[in-house]
Design a protein around this ligand. Structure first.
Ligand code: NAX
Ligand code: ADP
Ligand code: K
Length: 532
């Protein structure tokens, strides 16, 4: 079964597989199938997608590497030739043609080479001096240089071939992964193909969904090679799961017709030191828009006006007063606290954070709250209290904040976003939302989610404050047992709002993001809705 990932007419919670689990799956599947079956299916799938998606292309160049990714490319080339296309095959980093059938080469690869030859093709070695000529006139290039086996930066002929694809401007259909992209991390240790379309085999890889170079895959398609075990699951989620609309839908708060405002949760936002009051207000406004029953905000700037005239529904309190109210609130009333947007780093701010950690209510720690936490010793009382608290805490760092918390470089966080999010969750006992394209939701134990919604329109000041407010609104309305599902819904809606704004060519700022999120929510609630 082949389908486009992101086509919500078939949306499921797609499992995501790291390299070692894919290798295991492949071994298990291959053991029960006739020789070469998986490669045949992979090659057929690529040829089918090439013909459907690039129907205008009559002249195709296939660049094949030395491993099974190249083998898939060879079989695809044979298929395309059998369908009457003009196909040229270039063998990159494969050495002298006289050694192509040597026994140390992968058996599948040698078989696929024979298939290509039997289809009338004459694969040629890569000629550095003729790189541009190899691609000239082609309407499609199939990138079968490197896939799952990438283990170092592409060099020599491989980096030349990648450079030639990039320089040619010819649309590239990448097989399994854009060559040069690391499957587990979404990083590229060297040159990487920028594909128009990637058809990935067997299962989704994390590096196609998150990581600094994940977008190199372009439009993403999946073919499961008819292996039952990798099919989409409804629940429970796999160890790693793509967070799309189907999963988001499950976590949306249910509002009963008979609800009163006390049942829809209280959100209390603490933040907004001098010069930063907007951050706390944006957070509180988002909590209000996303359905919290009552939203209180305590600004740490003593000179801030006590009323936000644009949002009279927000109840503003002095920080001490709101803390006391939080301390007295019933633990069963449904509430969530947010500490951090614009909170600054004063000793008073730290005390407030510590007091909120000590309370028995869900807590979102964002922005300056994360920086305050990062400055505390890992074995000190603040981290200890965080690890030991009974109710869930949520850390919502962007990569630089995550780096401070982990005491890593930001590049290390970005080079292993899943690992970083898991590590943060494990060391804090809290749940973690590692923000940035392909936000990662991780818990100390339990599955990891990679968010599929969102785009560069979100890269503007204050959108993180909106996420913290939306998250708090959903957590306040949801029983603890369903907190992760609710958080996933908030994270997905945040990106989906931006995707709607992008689709409509509208401008997006933090202030109007909650409205776009509500529109995305409304679409999600309509069964026939389509989401980009
Ligand atoms: N494992 C699976 O789940 C499946 C794999 N299939 C195909 O097989 C591919 C994986 O095959 P392989 O494991 O052979 O890996 P690749 O075809 O990605 O290439 C690995 C070969 O390239 C070499 N190599 C890696 N990085 C290099 C670099 N920078 N410079 C020079 N040489 C480099 C490796 O040493 C190895 O010889 C998948 O991407 C997919 O296309 C499919 O046919 C079927 C399912
Ligand atoms: N290119 C992008 N694609 C998807 N989401 C993005 C992108 N850039 C930023 N975001 C999202 O926007 C939000 C920005 O949050 P943050 O960095 O905390 O900003 P601020 O502190 O200004 O509010 C995060 O939720 C992040 O995931
Ligand atoms: K490839």
């Amino acid at each position: 079964m082949m389908l486009r990932i992101g086509d919500t007419s078939v949306d499921r919670s797609w499992p995501v597989w790291d390299e070692s689990s894919l290798r295991r799956l492949e071994r298990d599947a291959a053991a029960s199938l006739a020789a070469h079956t998986l490669m045949r299916r992979a090659g057929e799938a690529v040829a089918r997608l090439a013909r459907a998606r690039f129907a205008h292309a009559r002249h195709v160049v296939v660049l094949c590497g030395p491993g099974n990714n190249g083998g898939d490319g060879l079989y695809a080339a044979a298929e395309l030739a059998r369908h009457g296309l003009r196909v040229e095959v270039s063998m990159v980093a494969c050495g002298n043609p006289s050694g192509w059938q040597d026994r140390e080469r992968p058996a599948d690869w040698r078989w696929a080479l024979e298939q290509a030859q039997q289809a009338g093709l004459r694969p040629r070695g890569w000629a550095s001096s003729e790189a541009a000529a190899t691609l000239r006139g082609a309407e499609l290039v199939i990138d079968a240089l490197l896939g799952l086996g990438l283990n170092r930066p592409p060099q020599g002929e491989l980096s030349e071939a990648i450079a030639a694809i990039l320089a040619s401007g010819i649309p590239a259909l990448a097989l399994d992964l854009p060559s040069g992209l690391a499957a587990d991390t979404g990083t590229a240790p060297g040159a990487v193909v920028r594909a128009e379309v990637t058809l990935t085999m067997l299962g989704l890889k994390p590096g196609l969904l998150t990581g600094p170079d994940a977008h190199a895959c372009g439009e993403l398609w999946l073919d499961d090679l008819d292996i039952e075990r990798v099919r989409a699951v409804d629940e429970p989620p796999a160890a790693i799961t793509r967070l799309g609309p189907a999963a988001a839908q499950r976590g949306l708060p249910r509002i009963s017709a008979a609800a009163h405002k006390g049942e829809r949760g209280d959100v209390r936002v603490f933040g907004g030191s001098p010069g930063m009051t907007g951050a706390a207000r944006l957070c509180a406004q988002a909590a209000l828009a996303l359905g919290a029953g009552r939203v209180f905000v305590a600004l740490l700037d003593p000179s801030a006006p006590m009323l936000d005239p644009t949002h009279p529904e927000l109840m503003q309190r002095q920080p001490d007063t709101l803390l006391q109210q939080a301390q007295q609130a019933s633990r069963h009333g449904g509430s969530c606290h947010v500490f951090g947007p614009g909170a600054g780093n004063s000793p008073g701010s730290l005390r407030l954070l510590q007091d909120l950690i000590a309370l028995d209510a869900p807590l979102v720690i964002d922005a300056d709250g994360l920086n305050l936490l990062a400055a505390q010793p890992r074995d000190g009382a603040t981290w200890q209290a965080l690890r030991e608290r009974g109710r869930s805490a949520w850390l919502t760092p962007h990569p630089r904040e995550a780096a401070r918390l982990l005491r890593w470089e930001t590049t290390r966080v970005q080079a292993g976003r899943l690992h970083a999010a898991r590590e943060l969750a494990a060391s804090s006992g809290a749940h973690c939302v590692l923000k940035g394209a392909g936000s990662v939701v991780a818990s100390a134990t339990g599955p990891v989610w990679i968010n599929a919604s969102g785009n560069g329109l979100l890269a503007t000041a204050g959108t993180g404050d909106v996420l913290a407010g939306a998250l708090a609104a959903f957590l306040a309305q949801t029983p603890e047992a369903d907190a992760v599902a609710a958080a996933c819904a908030a994270v997905w809606l945040h990106g989906a709002g931006a995707d709607l704004a992008l689709a409509e060519g509208a401008s997006l700022r933090a202030g109007n993001l909650p409205d776009w999120m509500l529109r995305a929510w409304e679409r999600l609630a309509r069964p026939s809705a389509r989401h980009a």
